[in-house]
Design a protein around this ligand. Structure first.
Ligand SMILES: C[S@@+](CC[C@H](N)C(=O)[O-])C[C@H]1O[C@@H](n2cnc3c(N)ncnc32)[C@H](O)[C@@H]1O
Length: 499
């Protein structure tokens, strides 16, 4: 899985109130600009510039005059339908004439100064002498076409004539990077993106309004420049559907959105237009699965296509996985079969609340009374629906009846949430407490998963469901006046007030 866009966030366990991801939101490739002279006036493939003229000072006059000679032909500005031919242009670069036999030694010794560019030959035929070759140099490294002292020294040692020639180098669409192409096409001064998130053969873009007129061209450039990408889609709406999948438009390439991905060495198949998949969650999936031991039980309330459930089952955990989206449920079943864990995962297609009140309650009611102190198997409940999951926590209030199990056996919840609060850890803890009706002070940990947008964090709060929340206890003082009751049908808020 390769994710190229808005990646690089660090995740940290939070016990304190102070954290912020420092990583940038983008990972655009740097613009590659080489400086050379205007090609129109130079006849032939190359001409000699000067003999034995050496300088260690850059000649910035030429550089300033042509700051972007390595960008595509300026005529492509405003293009909306990709015409690859129109990107061609000729630039003048420094070259050294060298005897065939010493080309390799020269390339080795002048590695730093030789031109490195996608799809471009560093050594070309010499049209005037079949026993010689022209070694193309990087104009950035040879400013003003003048060799520096170290280069002169190398040439002296190899007995190469230090004459620098001007070589007319033809650049085509193939030689430009996506960012350079898009910068040349889109209106000057506006933000260019060549970044995307990769899901199998699909490049998933999130274009800004000003980029939309160029969207089909942008999609095609991404396909051309990234091996393995055969389809480019753009998110057309914010992710607000119940099933957390995106509305999207295919910008270029094949229309097939059924794809294969690999995450933490496990293969999944999915229809990207119908189910949720986010390649930026692989570390988080791995982190949670790492907490599980063989024999543990995992309840995955919002399971998607199985990125917690399947690795957990592979780890020999017993898994109950649920998703409300029938498409997710079907792909979950498919991926369980694909990974040969279909006998270890019980899949459900219901609302998360009903899943907790039904299969989860049933299993916990059956298993928890059997748990002994020394028993090591644990129960984990994963709730990854960050926009809403915290509000589902009230389901745990009095979910079970009877004598509470041992403290060690109480299920551990890993609940995800977004926060735009200046202290996101405090914010998610307070919201979880409000939903559960009890304080989690000193009995929860909060983990920063990733920065989703400027000032929007995704967090995971983990805690063992307190016994006094989970169990409905007999209420001995039922006869007391309502205001003095320690136990109420709503559980703990009133009890807390009185204590
Ligand atoms: C953010 S995705 C997480 C999927 C998966 N756990 C992952 O980490 O990639 C949330 C999932 O919850 C499902 N979902 C949304 N509302 C739900 C509900 N009320 N009950 C159960 N599942 C729901 C969506 O279909 C989606 O697959």
């Amino acid at each position: 899985m390769r994710t190229l866009w808005r990646f690089g966030y660090s995740a940290r366990l939070l016990k304190t109130n102070h954290f912020r991801t420092a990583a940038s939101n983008t990972s655009f490739p740097a613009v590659w600009m080489l400086l050379a002279q205007n090609s129109g006036r130079i006849p032939g493939p190359f001409v000699v510039v000067r003999k034995n003229a050496f300088s260690t000072m850059p000649e910035t006059v030429e550089d300033k005059a042509n700051p972007e000679l390595y960008s595509p032909h300026p005529g492509v500005r405003g293009m909306t339908l990709l015409n690859r031919e129109a990107f061609k242009r000729t630039v003048v670069v420094p070259a050294l004439k060298v005897k065939k036999e010493i080309v390799n030694s020269l390339l080795k010794s002048l590695k730093q100064s030789v031109l490195q560019r996608p799809g471009l030959k560093r050594v070309v035929e010499d049209p005037e002498d079949e026993d010689s070759r022209l070694v193309i140099l990087d104009p950035h490294k040879i400013p003003g076409f003048s060799l520096g002292e170290s280069e002169q020294q190398v040439l002296k040692e190899l007995s190469v004539d230090p004459e620098v020639s001007r070589y007319n180098l033809e650049l085509t669409y193939e030689n430009f990077k996506s960012e350079e192409i898009l910068r040349a096409v889109l209106p000057e001064g506006q933000e260019v993106t060549s970044g995307f998130s990769r899901v199998g053969h699909i490049a998933h873009l999130n274009l800004r309004d000003h980029q939309l007129p160029y969207r089909h061209l942008i999609g095609q450039v991404i396909i051309d420049k990234n091996p393995g990408i055969t389809c480019a889609v753009n998110k057309t709406n914010i992710i607000d559907s119940t099933y957390r999948n995106f509305e999207m438009e295919v910008l270029a390439g094949e229309k097939n959105l059924v794809t294969k991905v690999k995450e933490n060495n496990i293969a999944y198949e999915l229809d990207f237009s119908k189910v949720y998949w986010n390649p930026r969650l692989s570390t988080e999936h791995g982190r949670i699965v790492e907490l599980l031991k063989p024999g543990d039980v995992l309840f995955d309330v919002f399971a998607g296509i199985g990125p917690f459930a399947i690795p957990a089952a592979k780890k020999k955990c017993r898994v109950f996985a649920n998703d409300l989206n029938p498409e997710s449920y079907n792909w979950l079943l498919h991926n369980c079969r694909l990974n040969k864990v279909d006998t270890k995962v019980k899949a459900f297609n219901m609302d998360g609340r009903e899943f907790l009140r039904g299969p989860v309650r049933e299993e916990l009611s059956k298993e928890l009374p059997l748990m002994k102190e020394e028993q090591k198997n644990a129960f984990h409940i994963v709730m990854n629906l960050p926009a809403l999951a915290v509000e589902f926590l009230d389901v745990f209030r009095h979910l079970l009846v009877g004598e509470p199990c041992s403290a060690a056996a109480l299920p551990t919840v890993h609940c995800y949430g977004f926060s735009k609060h200046e202290d996101p850890a405090k914010d998610i803890q307070e919201r979880a407490e409000a939903s559960l009706g009890t304080s989690l002070d000193g009995r929860c940990s909060t983990y920063l998963v990733r920065n989703v947008a400027p000032n929007k964090e995704m967090l995971c709060i983990s805690f063992q469901v307190p016994a006094d929340v989970l169990y409905k206890r007999p209420c001995p003082d039922e006869a007391k006046p309502a205001s003095k009751r320690l136990c109420t049908s709503q559980g703990f808020s009133e009890e807390k007030l009185l204590s």
